[in-house]
Design a binder for this molecule. Sequence first.
Ligand code: AHR
Length: 328
Amino acid sequence: MKKFIVVAIAIMMVATLFAGGKKEPAVEAKKTITVGYAQVGAESDWRLANTESFKTTFTEANGYDLIFVDAQQKQENQIKAIRNFIQQDVDYIVVAPVVETGWETVLTEAKNAKIPVILSDRQMQVSDDSLYLCWVGGNFLKEGRDGVKWLESYLAEKGRADEQINIVDLQGTIGASAQIGRTQGIEEGVAANANWNLVAQQSGDFTQDGGQKVMEAILKSVGADNIDVVFAENDNMAWGAIDSIKAAGKVPGKDIIIITFDAVHESFNRMIAGEINCAVECNPLHGPRVDEIIKTLEAGGTVDKIMYVTEEVFDEKNAAARINTRAY
Ligand code: AHR
């Protein structure tokens, strides 16, 4: 049974006033909406901003009871969290899926329990789209392609368009939408530019430590002099890779072009400092978007199945002018 919290004290006060012969306006019953959020984890600064966005939006004052679960980047933990949400008979389930596949069974359980599932951030690949209500997030393939477009024009501007360009792709968690889209972007770029070579491609799991360790190993195996570009599929991996590049005696942003994704505040600082050349935005502020979806549904409205958010590309040219306008 769904939970309705009646403002009992207010009703008792009104009843008392009526008993005393005074008329007061009727008090409306207020409904608290219970939302279970199965978050990926706390692997990156982007993720922390996303968690903050949900926690500051889904408040009691805003009419919500938020049950937040950090799945520590494990799909099995998210599946367990969803099953717990079903048991607790929440009103809505929100999931930022760690990976795209493997969700049919648990989503069917949510559907049978008549609990709507909203996907946020990353997507799911399911055989039956009716297993979830809608999705809101960034367009990861477009982000990857935007990074490639930026690199093409940067190389042309520097007179390097015809040089052999050796690229390292530091991938995110394999199977996550953000990895799939951004990896496809760079692979398309390499296929379209005969002089671009993908010299290494490995996952750093979207963490700073992962980026640092994977880059350290790649610098050893490929050789620092043989790397022109690092295409880091998120900010934290880029920062870790920068540490390894410095330790190898190279200057990030100069000797090796650094392209990153997310564009959180620290990457703006690093663009201004010249360490990062380009940061493609991935917007984490999905809390208010999911709130709007739920409020629309509660009011009897409908929402689009797929909702992409608008994102920008920043680089060393506009970072200083834009840093103070950034919310995360
Ligand atoms: O799914 C969004 C990605 O996940 C962000 O790029 C990354 O930083 C996060 O961990």
